[in-house]
Design a protein around this ligand. Structure first.
Ligand code: AMP
Length: 400
């Protein structure tokens, strides 16, 4: 069965067509500038054929119609008819407290997503518009919502509660939710397949433009670093991560920002970009460090130190740790960041192989020495495959 995986933002839409029988990606593409002038679609098949078209897409509906046209294109498509799409998996940012796993989409699911849109005002409107458009354009094709948050819904209340009045949590659902769930789920499942179920206390470090860490015990998330929004936790590319809320109010007054500006500032102008006052991209920062840029070095050191502290606290939460796994663009590729994080971790039972860390490798790459009690390795994430797997499982179960 072919699964169309859709990851829609407010003005862009990324997609992949995946043959789930052998878990291969047939093609991937992106629609840019939805709702604006100068829209375009770019698609590439696994064997390198390209489809490119400049066409305005006033809404997500026109974008989906364009995607279907590109999928069946004679020269640069991968299927001959839309009927070859068995199901659609939609990445949806926020489940609120209403869903604890992925769900087959019906009218009620759409209604609940609309109710929860205020929890993710930047992403949810695009997610919902795309679901509605797909249901209109592809009637009868089963659709599944795969949430970024539900993998973390197994966190116990003591982990997800903030220190705020219980009634405020109850009424407004202000709590830690956690994000990047599809990645943490995929990587923790693959890690358990590799390690065996007896080694089940795993810390996943998903380090990319956005970064988060999760503590997974017996396949279930017990804690994670992101919170009510993806702003909490690690120092990321442009996000501040943990910060004293009183410091935010102080900066807001000093820099004459509105509350909305302040949130935007913490999301877009802080993190490694803010500290380095150079760039959020790890490759640029690494090059600058080589050239002696001290603020770039401080930005990466501060980010690594925050990761190290989260690993320590999650090891405590798990009651020990069997494996630490690196994934995401930085986790998979930056030996520099991994080295900073893994220095002086012997107290935890980690014998990190710093020479092996410098080698490039495809797929799962072991970075700890054979005698290390805690295994440390890189495991490339694949969020689209994770969404496709969930979609196929739910659609199959729904047909029974
Ligand atoms: P992601 O959000 O997972 O796509 O990750 C993006 C981040 O990964 C950016 O900061 C990139 O600079 C970083 N990244 C990608 N490739 C490399 C590399 N070869 N070395 C260092 N950082 C990398």
């Amino acid at each position: 069965m072919n699964i169309l995986v859709i990851n829609a933002g407010s003005s862009s839409l990324k997609y992949q067509l995946i043959d789930i029988a052998n878990e291969t990606m047939l093609l991937k593409g992106i629609c840019d500038r939805i709702g604006m002038k100068g829209g375009s679609i770019n698609q590439k098949t696994a064997d390198g054929r390209q489809f490119r078209l400049e066409e305005d897409m006033p809404t997500h509906k026109e974008a989906i119609e364009l995607v279907l046209k590109a999928l069946v294109d004679k020269e640069a498509g991968a299927i001959s008819s839309v009927s070859e799409i068995g199901a659609v998996g939609h990445r949806v940012l926020h489940s609120g407290e209403d869903f604890h796993s992925s769900v087959v989409i019906d009218d009620e699911v759409v209604r609940i997503c609309e109710k929860n849109a205020e929890l993710g005002p930047l992403h949810m409107p695009g997610n919902i518009a795309c679901i509605k458009s797909c249901r209109e354009v592809m009637p009868g094709v089963p659709m599944v919502a795969v949430f970024d948050t539900t993998f973390h819904s197994t966190m116990p209340p003591k982990a997800f509660m903030y220190g705020i009045p219980y009634s405020v949590y109850q009424q407004y659902k202000v709590r830690k939710y956690g994000f990047h769930g599809t990645s943490h789920k995929f990587v923790s499942e693959e890690a358990v397949k590799f390690l065996g179920a007896e080694h089940s206390r795993i810390i996943i470090c998903h380090l990319g433009n956005g970064s988060s860490i999760s503590a997974v015990k017996d396949g279930k998330c017990i804690d994670t670093s992101m919170g009510f929004t993806p702003l909490e936790g690690l120092i990321m590319g442009t996000r501040s991560g943990d910060i004293d809320p009183a410091a935010v109010e102080f900066m807001r007054a000093k820099l004459s920002m509105t509350p909305e500006d302040a949130v935007q500032f913490l999301n877009k102008k802080c993190g490694m970009l803010g500290i380095s006052e150079l760039d959020s991209d790890m490759r640029v920062l690494e090059k600058a460090i080589e050239e002696g840029n001290e603020k770039a070095a401080l930005a990466v050191e501060a980010a690594a130190y925050r990761i190290k502290k989260y690993i320590g606290s999650f090891a405590a939460a798990l009651g020990g740790v069997d494996a630490i796994v690196f994934t995401g663009g930085i986790g998979e590729n930056s030996s520099y960041m991994r080295k900073l994080v893994m220095q002086d971790m012997e107290y935890l039972g980690v014998e990190f192989d710093f020479d092996e860390n410098e080698k490039r490798a495809e797929g799962l790459h072991m970075l700890s020495k054979s005698e290390s009690y805690v295994k440390v390795f890189v495991l490339p994430t694949n969020e689209e495959l994770s969404i496709a797997r969930e979609t196929a499982q739910l659609v199959a179960a729904d047909k029974k």
